[in-house]
Ligand binder design. Structure first.
Ligand SMILES: Cc1cc2nc3c(=O)[nH]c(=O)nc-3n(C[C@H](O)[C@H](O)[C@H](O)COP(=O)(O)OP(=O)(O)OC[C@H]3O[C@@H](n4cnc5c(N)ncnc54)[C@H](O)[C@@H]3O)c2cc1C
Length: 459
């Protein structure tokens, strides 16, 4: 066997809460497990760990959910699991995962695959969103919590959904002044999330912790506000913000200008389903769970034999959902390899976490009016520099499908492979926020890798 080909009973893509919970449980059942993750350390997005040797900013405190994160990481690091960090999975077939690691091309052969690759930020373009200093809320968290970088002095955090609060607290911990935190959804809309929070003690404690941090730092969360545009010469210098109505449309006359040098815009998350689609798994569109999600049954089995999925790939749900589904997937995988039947409490726990998060996320589905923030000149595809006017012309001339728009103006053909523009391209190009969204077209490599990695792929 070549040293670039390794074997395990189970190959897991992703070392976040879903992948870690699954890997530890499988190892405890005596299964050989290899976890492949692009990151440098286990933890995934929410429990991201700083690189070894980088100290967290002084005075950082963590939300209650991170206790669970530490437990997951400790169990994972103490388990008989091989973690290949810095490994980008770029192709897959049932039983095979091709990945790039340290500039070399590798193959993992495994009897079962668990997909736990998490999610991506949803971008909704607005004038000035491509200025340096303007980034997604998730990217700001990666900078602060993953690399210990202080991204600026005065920040605006804007968007919709539960991710805004961790972004604010991460910035505060890094010593950034957060001048405003704007949630596009109205306070009344957000009340719809209450059943999901109140019915779940952990979520309630988490929400209270974040609100306390904001109050302590004097940051007011403004409901029903968003950003209209960012301005500056070579770097963001100011943002124009305004109140929005219940549909997310700006209310004229409410505009205000604030001086900032960092803007984090987070309009929710989108499940990262590319590897699942490449494997031939079925997906379905669930707007409240972030868009196209991989279909899984009550034991986390996808529609392809030997391929399981857990966490955000099956719909946005948060860390509690991800770890519960990871544990359930582990039991189901073990059973498929000859182990005992899956226990009912594991199924019930995963379903209960999903119900709670679904109830919460319904309140933060993207508001249609936000797709009207972009104007004709606003870049919608930043890899190929395509302005909205060209995307609209392409839709008119070639059709409303994502493929037609792509062919007509090259939007989505750059290195990000439509990960950034894809989730909002059809709504923008057709000027119809409620349009039916096509299943993304995926091609190998699903993540950018060296040409030599593809040419030298083992197997
Ligand atoms: C940028 C970002 C920041 C977030 N921050 C928070 C937060 O602070 N609080 C919160 O409650 N939620 C946060 N979330 C939501 C978060 O995704 C979930 O709550 C939770 O982490 C989901 O767990 P998971 O195991 O499904 O996926 P993740 O935790 O996202 O783990 C997936 C892992 O898969 C890896 N991966 C993905 N694709 C590949 C590939 N092709 N090859 C190799 N590895 C791959 C990634 O590196 C990642 O480590 C964030 C999401 C994003 C996108």
């Amino acid at each position: 066997m070549s040293e670039r080909v390794r074997q395990a009973q189970v190959g897991i893509v992703g070392g976040g809460p879903a992948g870690m919970a699954a890997a530890s449980a499988l190892a405890a059942r005596g299964r050989s497990v290899v976890v492949l993750d692009e990151g440098q350390r286990a933890g995934g997005q929410i429990f991201r760990q700083l690189p070894p040797g980088v100290a967290p900013p002084a005075g950082v405190s963590e939300p209650p959910s991170h206790d669970h994160g530490h437990e997951l990481i400790d169990a994972f690091e103490g388990a008989q699991v091989e973690l290949v960090s810095g490994a980008t999975v770029w192709d897959s077939k049932p039983g095979r995962l091709w990945f790039e690691h340290a500039g070399e091309s590798h193959l993992l052969e495994c009897e079962r695959i668990l997909l736990a690759p998490g999610a991506m930020d949803r971008c909704i373009p607005f004038p000035g969103w491509t200025l340096p200093g303007v980034t997604t809320a998730g990217a700001l968290q990666v900078m602060v919590r993953g690399f210990g970088v202080k991204p600026g002095r005065r920040a605006l955090v804007v968007g919709s959904g539960p991710l805004l609060l961790p972004t604010v607290t991460a910035l505060l911990a890094a010593g950034v002044e957060v001048v405003a935190a704007l949630e596009a959804s109205s306070r009344w809309n957000a009340l719809r999330a209450l059943p999901g929070v109140i019915g779940n003690g952990a979520r309630l404690r988490e929400a209270m912790w974040y609100m306390k941090q904001l109050v302590r730092a004097g940051v007011k969360l403004r409901w029903g506000w968003t950003v209209l545009r960012c301005e500056g010469d070579r770097h963001v210098e100011r943002a124009v913000i305004a109140k929005v109505d219940g549909q997310g449309r700006p209310r004229l006359g409410t505009e205000r200008t604030i001086e900032v040098d960092v803007v984090g815009a987070g309009f929710g998350l989108v499940p990262a389903i590319e590897l699942g689609l490449l494997l031939g798994c079925d997906s379905r569109h669930l707007a409240a769970r972030g868009g196209h999600c991989l279909v899984v049954d009550e034991q986390q089995r996808t529609t392809i034999d030997g391929v399981f999925a857990a966490g955000e790939i099956g719909g946005i749900g948060g860390a509690e959902v991800a770890s519960a589904e990871g544990a359930l997937a582990a039991a189901a995988i073990d059973h498929s390899l000859g182990g005992p039947a899956v226990s009912e409490p594991l199924v019930k726990q995963a379903r209960a976490e999903r119900r709670a998060s679904d109830a919460m996320l319904r309140a933060f589905a993207p508001l249609p009016g936000l797709y009207q923030l972009a104007n004709d000149d606003t870049i919608v595809c930043r890899c190929e520099d395509v302005p909205l006017s060209e995307a609209r012309a392409a839709a008119e001339l070639h059709g409303r499908s994502s493929r037609a728009i792509k062919v007509g103006c090259r939007a989505g053909m750059g290195p990000c492979q439509a990960r950034i523009c894809g989730p909002s391209l059809q709504q923008l190009a057709t000027a119809d926020p409620a349009c039916e969204m096509d299943v993304p077209v995926v091609r190998v490599p699903v993540k950018p890798v060296r040409a030599s990695t593809i040419v030298n792929a083992p197997g």
